[in-house]
Design a binder for this molecule. Structure first.
Ligand code: M6R
Length: 616
């Protein structure tokens, strides 16, 4: 949550523009407020903040007749934790001499705040972040260098955070982090240095990226290469370097109205690239290495823990099911926020798999840490290469979903499940991994998905009949249960309408009380247990609920009309296909997209949310 960005450069580029562009790209991390602080030619720190999206900040700056120009600036886009959404709580926090931006949470806020207040410090916001400003200033004002002041302040705070600090009379930026993401950018053609919460903000600016490890302070000036120090002041080598791998083409939404729409429709192409990567491209090496690693006898593996949050947890449920069905190895699928505090039973012969789009989700990272301490082999199914989860894993399978800008996860989910499917097949078949069969299965999904997306108009038409209804209950059995959960999450988060995902057989254990003429049951009928799910649907019909049935095409011959609205898909009745749930999930993504569009919500940036959840 929250995005931070910083720029220090020469006169060829206006730092204010770099910050505004960076904030626009980081807006997925939070959009409660945005702000910028820049140093002018008189060495004054000037700050402009506004509530709401980055566009509001841009408009404010455009109103300013003298468009600010600066070679040193920091900016922030906020997802509120401490303090309401208000201008006074927007970052940067500034006291005239220093300015800071912060991503994360200071857990010992109250203790530190009381201490500072007892010393006469006045607070002008309700944020935890302001504590860091005053602590740093206290040391800086007593003669410490900016670097040492930041170190001393950082030593006092608890919790996971990234900070970026500037002073009015220095040409330098100081950055430090614990767990929260932070990247430093350089380019080969100009003397400039950038800081960001995500390399995405640095596309087109920086070609070399440096990732400091936790509790390493970075001192950034124009005179020298970035310098890194440990908290004891010693020079540090704890940082990694990488070339920028993202491109301009990753930035836009093309001819689509929303990023979410683009991301839904690009899934077949991504799947095609994904299969090429793992079977014929550079990913072949990962497949070979994983095969070697898993070439132990199944009885040697204890349990496989699958840990994740939100949509990624739904992917984990599906992957867990795939592993159990094929290898009969017990799995333990857990929400990271629960797993980390429940003192889980872990054995050294267990495997722990963490699934995440961003690779920065605080709870998932903490769960990973726990498993590493218990000596488990950890594997990440992750989209962002070089994210914290990626760097801390023993082994990674990248999902190659590309940049997902829409806050609601769509393509990332599909590729997480596919990547888990790859894992489950290698685990089962090991040296005998049948690449041709695997490719065939994935291509079958790909083709079905393309045909499903061609029928988006049918889904839109159904959405137009249902979008104003009171609520939605998604039901499914087996692998369609996680799809029901995911369908409900999607519609909740982007259409702001109440929705629940239920195992179809559970309906009568409580939620059926919600059924009336205004409640929609989206009944997903797979080919397994079809009749049983059908009976559950009938129970809804008997109570006058509205039914949107999604079912295998073959069944339409037996029973031409299932619900008030039917969508038949090309699956042979009685023949379940491993990846068909992903096809149905694409239909659910389309449905929630159209419902949200008809309800007029902010689809790509739904209220109260942020794409990367870096607080617990
Ligand atoms: O980056 P992660 O995959 O770890 O994020 C986990 C969840 O926050 C995420 O899946 C969230 O539930 C989705 N944005 C919902 O669409």
């Amino acid at each position: 949550m929250c995005g931070i960005v910083g720029y220090l450069g020469n006169a060829n580029r206006n730092g204010v523009d770099v910050i505004l562009e960076g904030l626009t790209r980081l807006e997925y991390r939070g959009y409660d407020s945005a702000g910028i602080c820049f140093r002018n030619e008189k060495s004054e720190l000037l700050t402009i903040k506004s509530v709401g999206k980055v566009q509001n900040l841009k408009s404010l700056l455009e109103l300013n007749k003298n468009r600010p120009i600066s070679n040193m600036a920091i900016g922030h886009t906020r997802w509120a934790t401490h303090g309401e959404v208000a201008e006074k709580n927007a970052h940067p926090h500034v006291n005239g001499k220093l300015a800071i931006v912060h991503n994360g949470i200071i857990e010992n806020l109250y203790e530190l705040k009381s201490y500072l207040q007892a010393e006469g410090v006045q607070f002008s916001s309700d944020t935890d972040s302001e504590v860091f400003l005053h602590l740093t200033y206290k040391f800086f004002n007593s003669g410490a260098s900016l670097k040492d002041a930041v170190i001393e302040a950082f030593k006092l705070i608890k919790g996971n955070s990234a900070f970026l600090v500037i002073a009015h009379d220095l040409q330098e930026m100081i950055a430090i982090k614990r767990v929260a993401p932070l990247v430093i950018g350089r380019n080969s053609y100009q003397s400039e240095v950038f800081v960001s919460s995500d390399p995405f903000a640095l596309i087109g600016y920086a070609d070399q990226l440096l990732f400091p490890e936790d509790e390493v302070v970075a001192v950034l000036t124009l005179e020298e290469e970035p310098q890194f120090f440990e908290l004891n002041g010693a020079a540090s080598k704890r940082f990694s370097t990488q070339n920028q791998q993202m491109h301009y083409s990753d930035l836009g939404k093309g001819s689509y109205e929303h990023f979410m729409q683009k991301e839904i429709f690009e899934q077949p192409l991504l799947i095609k690239n994904w299969i090429h990567h793992y079977l014929e491209g550079q990913g072949k090496k990962s497949v070979e290495e994983l095969t070697k690693l898993l070439s132990i006898r199944p009885e040697k593996i204890g349990r496989i823990h699958l840990v994740a949050c939100g949509t990624a947890w739904h992917a984990a449920l599906l992957i867990g099911d795939m592993i159990e069905r094929t290898s009969r190895i017990p799995t333990n699928v857990q929400l990271a926020s629960e797993f980390r505090y429940k003192n889980p039973i872990l054995h050294a012969n267990d495997i722990a798999i963490f699934i995440s789009q961003s690779g920065e989700t605080a709870d998932t990272l903490a769960a990973q840490e726990l498993c590493k301490r218990a000596d488990l082999f950890t594997l990440a199914i992750v989209n962002v290469a070089n994210s914290t989860l990626y760097r801390n894993s023993h082994f990674n399978l990248l999902t190659h979903a590309g940049i997902e800008v829409g806050v609601a996860s769509t393509k990332a989910f599909t590729l997480q499940v596919l990547t888990g499917y790859l894992f489950s097949k290698i685990l089962k078949e090991r040296e005998g991994f049948d690449r041709n069969q695997f490719k065939h299965n994935v291509y079958e999904l790909l083709q079905n998905m393309e045909r499903g997306l061609d029928r988006a108009g049918e889904i839109a038409a159904i959405a137009s009949e249902l979008y104003s209804k009171k609520g939605f209950i998604f039901t499914g059995r087996g692998p369609y249960f996680p799809i029901a959960l995911e369908g409900a999450l999607k519609i909740k988060e982007i259409a702001y309408v109440h929705a629940e995902g239920y195992a179809a057989g559970e309906l009568k254990h409580g939620p059926i009380a919600l059924i009336d003429e205004e409640m929609v049951n989206i009944a997903i009928l797979g080919s397994e247990l079809f009749e049983k799910t059908l009976s559950n649907m009938e129970e809804v019909r008997a109570r006058k609920g509205i039914i949107f049935a999604i079912a295998p095409k073959e069944f339409s011959e037996v029973r031409p009309r299932l619900g008030n609205h039917d969508f038949y898909f090309p699956l042979e009745y009685g023949k379940e296909v491993d990846l068909n749930p992903l096809y149905v999930s694409t239909l659910m993504q389309l449905f929630s997209y159209y419902v949200a569009k008809m309800r007029g919500t902010d689809i790509d940036k739904p209220r109260n949310l942020a794409k990367s959840v870096t607080v617990e």
